[in-house]
Ligand binder design. Structure first.
Ligand code: SAH
Ligand code: SF4
Ligand code: F3S
Length: 448
C-alpha cells in the first residue's frame, strides 16, 4: 500500500502544518520538538487543521476516551484527503505506538505512524513519505540526543525532558509499553539545554519524566545531583520537576529542594489509591502509610509546599470500603489539586484482563463523590492565599480578558491580575490576592 505516492514537496510554495497535541506534558514537549522539525523543513505552522497541507496528531492512550477522540479527528482528515491526496497525515505519540501497523488497516490514508521514541527522527521519516513510502516507525530505539530546536509554545516557561520511558509495571498503565524502558539524558546534555534556555530569556523550566525520581539510575546519577548541576544557570529563576513516584521520593531529594532557592515548593506525587490491597494489586510498591509519610516529610521541611496528586477510582475489584479509604486519604492530607480518573482498561495491561471490572455507574458515582471532595479542598487551599502577597511569574495575557495577565505562584496556583502583558511577560511580580477559587486566584499589583 503506497498511498503517499502522488505526494510531492513543492519547492516554491509554502506548505502549512497543523499539529494537535493530546495527553501529558511529555507529549506537549514532544510536540514542540516536532514543530521545531516542521518549521526547519519550511512548514508554516497553523491552527487550522482543515486547510493544512500536513496534519499531525500527537496522541494519548492513557484512557479509552483519549484514544477514541483521535479516531474521530482522524476520520475527518481521512475524508479530506480523499478530495486532496497531497495532504500528509501523520499519527504520532502513544496511540501510534500502541496500534502500530494495525492503524494502516484502520486508516489507510495515513502516511506516517510514529511512536514517541521516534520524535527526533520526524524529518527523515517525512523524507521517506515524500519518496512514496507509507512509514511505520514503532520499533524500540535508543533515543538520539536532540539536535533540533524545539518550537516552544511559551517564551517564559519550558519543558526539559530528562528521562524517557518508564520501568514500573503498574498493572493499569499503558505508558511502559508505549514509551519503552527508561533512558536518562546526561547531566551535560541537560545543562546545555538549560543554558540555552536561560540565554534565550526563559525564566522557568520543568524537568520531565514519567517517573522523574528514576532519573539517572541507568547512568549512575540521580535527580538531586541533576538539580544541583543546573541550579546556577543564569537567567533561570524557577525550577520544577514532574512526575514523582512515592516509592522513590527520598529525604535527599526533599533536602535538596529545600536548600536550592530556585526549586519551587510544589510537588506532584500521585498516589492512585488510599487502600493497601488496591495499591498492591496496582503494583505500586508502597502502602498508604508510606505515602502519608512522604507528604509529612515534605511538609515538615517545607510547611508551605503545595502538593498535587493523581488518583484512580473503581480499579477492578475496588470495594466501596476500599474507595472510602481513598476518600479518607484525600480528607486527611488536603491536596492543592488532584487529577482524578475512573479506571479505564487498556490493551495489553494485566488489570484489563481481570474479571472483576466495575460498572460505569459505580465509576461515575465514585468519580463524582471524589471530585466534590478535591474541588472543595482545592478551594480551601486557595483561600489560604487570600489577602496575602505572593510572587507571580507572568506568562501570558488572560485569553478571556486582554486587560489581564496570568502567571503562577511558586506553588503552581494560577493568578490573574490587571496589567499589560507587553511590560510584564517573563517578570516576577508581587501581587496581593483578592479572590480565591478552587484552581485559580485573582490579585492586584502591589506598588513597590
Ligand atoms: N507516571 C505517573 C503518571 C502517569 S499517567 C505516575 O506514576 O503516577 C497519568 C495518570 O493517569 C496516572 O497517574 C493515573 O492516575 C492515570 N491513569 C493511568 N492509567 C490509567 C487507566 N488505565 N485508567 C485510568 N487512569 C489511568
Ligand atoms: Fe504508568 Fe506506573 Fe510508569 Fe506512572 S509509574 S507511567 S503509572 S507504569
Ligand atoms: Fe498519554 Fe502517552 Fe502521556 S499515554 S499521558 S501521552 S505518556
Amino acid at each position: 500500500m503506497v498511498m503517499g505516492f502522488e505526494q510531492v514537496m513543492p519547492e516554491n510554495t509554502e506548505r502549512s502544518a497543523c499539529l494537535v497535541t493530546f495527553g501529558c506534558q511529555m507529549n506537549k514537549a514532544d510536540s514542540e520538538r516536532m514543530a521545531g522539525v516542521l518549521s526547519a523543513l519550511g512548514y508554516r505552522m497553523t491552527e487550522e487543521c482543515d486547510s493544512a497541507d500536513l496534519v499531525l496528531f500527537n496522541t494519548c492512550s492513557i484512557r479509552d476516551n483519549a484514544e477514541q477522540k483521535v479516531y474521530s479527528y482522524l476520520g475527518t482528515q481521512a475524508r479530506r484527503k480523499h478530495k486532496n491526496p497531497n495532504i500528509t497525515l501523520v499519527l504520532a505519540g502513544c496511540v501510534a505506538q500502541q496500534e502500530g501497523e494495525k492503524l494502516l488497516r484502520r486508516v489507510p490514508e495515513l502516511d506516517l505512524v510514529m511512536g514517541p521514541q521516534h520524535v527526533n527522527r520526524l524529518g527523515e521519516l517525512l523524507e521517506r513519505v515524500y519518496e512514496g513510502e507509507q512509514v511505520v516507525a514503532t520499533e524500540p530505539i535508543e533515543i538520539l540526543e536532540d539536535i533540533t530546536k524545539p518550537r516552544r509554545d511559551s517564551t517564559v516557561t519550558a519543558w526539559v525532558n530528562v528521562i524517557y520511558g518508564c520501568n514500573e509495571g503498574c498493572t493499569y498503565c499503558i505508558v511502559p509499553s508505549v514509551r519503552g524502558v527508561e533512558q536518562s539524558r546526561t547531566l551535560e546534555a541537560i545543562r546545555k539545554e538549560v543554558e540555552e534556555l536561560g540565554a534565550q530569556g526563559f525564566k522557568e523550566i520543568t524537568l520531565l519524566g514519567q517517573n522523574i525520581d528514576a532519573y539517572g539510575r541507568d547512568i549512575g546519577t540521580n535527580l538531586s545531583t541533576l538539580l544541583r548541576h543546573i541550579h546556577d544557570v543564569q537567567g533561570i529563576e524557577r525550577i520544577r520537576f514532574a512526575t514523582s513516584h512515592p516509592r522513590y521520593f527520598t529525604d535527599e531529594l526533599i533536602e535538596t529542594c529545600a536548600e536550592l532557592p530556585k526549586v519551587c515548593e510544589h510537588f506532584h506525587i500521585p498516589f492512585q489509591s488510599g487502600d493497601n490491597e488496591v495499591l498492591r494489586r496496582m503494583a505500586r510498591g508502597y502502602t498508604h502509610e508510606k505515602y502519608r509519610d512522604v507528604i509529612a516529610r515534605v511538609r515538615n521541611v517545607m510547611p508551605d509546599a503545595s502538593v498535587s496528586a493523581d488518583l484512580i477510582v473503581a480499579f477492578p475489584g475496588e470495594t466501596e470500603e476500599q474507595f472510602l479509604n481513598t476518600m479518607t486519604l484525600v480528607e486527611d492530607l488536603t491536596f492543592d489539586m488532584v487529577n482524578t480518573a475512573a479506571y479505564s482498561p487498556r490493551p495489553g495491561t494485566p488489570a484489563a484482563k481481570w474479571p472483576n471490572q466495575l460498572s460505569d455507574e459505580v465509576k461515575q458515582d465514585r468519580l463524582q463523590r471524589i471530585n466534590r471532595l478535591v474541588t472543595d479542598q482545592a478551594l480551601a487551599r486557595s483561600q489560604r492565599y487570600l489577602h496575602q502577597t505572593v510572587e507571580v511569574l507572568v506568562e501570558d495575557s488572560n485569553p478571556k480578558n486582554p486587560d489581564q495577565v496570568v502567571g503562577r505562584t511558586r506553588t503552581n496556583r494560577l493568578v490573574f491580575f490587571t496589567g499589560d502583558i507587553q511590560g510584564l511577560r517573563g517578570h516576577c511580580v508581587k501581587v496581593k490576592v483578592t479572590a480565591a477559587r478552587s484552581f485559580s486566584l485573582s490579585a492586584e499589583r502591589c506598588l513597590e
